[in-house]
Structures are given as C-alpha cells and as structure tokens.
Design a protein around this ligand. Structure first.
Ligand code: 3PG
Length: 204
C-alpha cells in the first residue's frame, strides 16, 4: 500500500470494550470515509476486534495501536493487523516492528527520539502525546532541523484542532479517539460514529 500517512486525513484510534461493537463500528467509520482504523491493544477485546474487522469489514485497513512489547507485534500481525502504532520507540520494539513486514509508526516526542529513528532509516512516526507535548508549534519547530520526517500526531486532537496540524508540511494525517465516543459505542449509535467520520474525512 502507499504510505500509511496518505490513506486518510484522520485515523480513528479506537478503544473497544465489547468485541461485539467492533464490526458495526468499523463499518460506520468506513462508510463515513475513514478506512484506516487503529484498534488499541489496551483492552482485552483489542486483538479479537482486529481479527473480526480484518475478516469482515470490506474496505477497512485495520491496524494495532498501543503496541508496547515485541510480543504485541507478533500477536497483532497474527490477528490480521495491516499496520502497527506505538506510543514510544524503545529499540527492541522498533526491531520487532521492523521485522514484522507491515508498515509501522513508532512514537516520538523529542528531537533526539526522531533522530534515533532517522538514523535507522525511518521517515514516518507518530508524534505523541501531541497536544500535551507542545502541539502544532512544537511540531512545526521539529520540521526546521528534521524536514525529511513526516508525522501522525495523536493525543488530545479533536475535529476543531485537526486542521492546523494537517496544514503543516510534516504532517501526513492525525489520529484521535474523538470519532468513536464511548457513549456512542455503548448505545450502539453507529449513525453518530458515521457522522463524526464523515466530518473528519473532508478535512483535507
Ligand atoms: C493514542 O493512543 O493515540 C491516544 O490515546 C489518543 O487519544 P486521544 O485522541 O483521546 O487523546
């Protein structure tokens, strides 16, 4: 596939408690125009949700988020993840992600972390936690000395703040949980999720 960062302007970061919501939620996101879906491994339902979305949701590009250990990499790929995202970039984890054969975004929040990954040949990373670490201005400043690297900023970003990130030359897409609110998932309100996705899909 072409670069993960160019498939959609917004990547929904989803936290699934009930595996039964995974497929209808993913269908709503795809219908709204957001095919790239990051399912976090921070709940027990995460891996099984990836498995079901990969098997049942046409048009979805599902991947795993909150990948923290090398063992997560193996489990995520086995479940059908087509990409991997991590909040950080410890060397052993980056080794495992690089060997996985699927695209991956290790997490960074400082120039030194970006430079360590750059040395390894990586040019695409997750900037996390985006708002808390310094937001748009911080990312713009990183682009001065490190213009070759592109980011998917995630952390605290919402519909109203996404456009200022997307306007930066070193941002490919943004990620966030605002597309799949816990109350909408609990209520089975997939129409609301599709509407949130449709609003975000037209941001670029
Ligand atoms: C992540 O793992 O990227 C964050 O948890 C995103 O969550 P937020 O959009 O609610 O900050």
């Amino acid at each position: 596939m072409s670069s993960l960062l160019d498939l959609a302007p917004v990547v929904p970061v989803v936290v699934i408690d009930d595996v039964g919501t995974a497929v209808p939620m993913a269908r709503a996101l795809v219908a709204g125009g957001l095919p790239v879906i990051e399912v976090t491994l921070r709940t027990e339902a995460g891996l099984e949700s990836i498995r079901r979305i990969a098997a049942e949701v046409e048009g979805a590009v599902v991947g795993a988020g909150t990948v923290r250990r090398p063992a997560d990499v193996e489990a995520a790929v086995e479940a059908g993840s087509r990409f991997l995202v991590s909040p950080g970039s410890p060397a052993a984890l980056v080794d495992a992600m690089a060997e996985s054969g699927v695209p991956f975004l290790p997490g960074v929040a400082t120039a030194t972390e970006v430079m360590a990954l750059f040395e390894r040949g990586l040019r695409e990373m997750k900037f996390f936690p985006a708002e808390q670490a310094g937001g748009v201005n911080y990312l713009k400043a990183l682009g001065g000395p490190l213009p070759e690297v592109r980011f998917c900023p995630t952390g605290g970003i919402r519909l109203a703040t996404a456009p200022s990130y997307l306007a930066l030359p070193n941002v490919g897409c943004v990620g966030g949980t605002w597309l799949t609110p816990a109350d909408a998932l609990a209520a089975g309100d997939y129409a609301a999720i599709e509407k949130l996705a449709a609003e975000a899909a037209t941001l670029r």
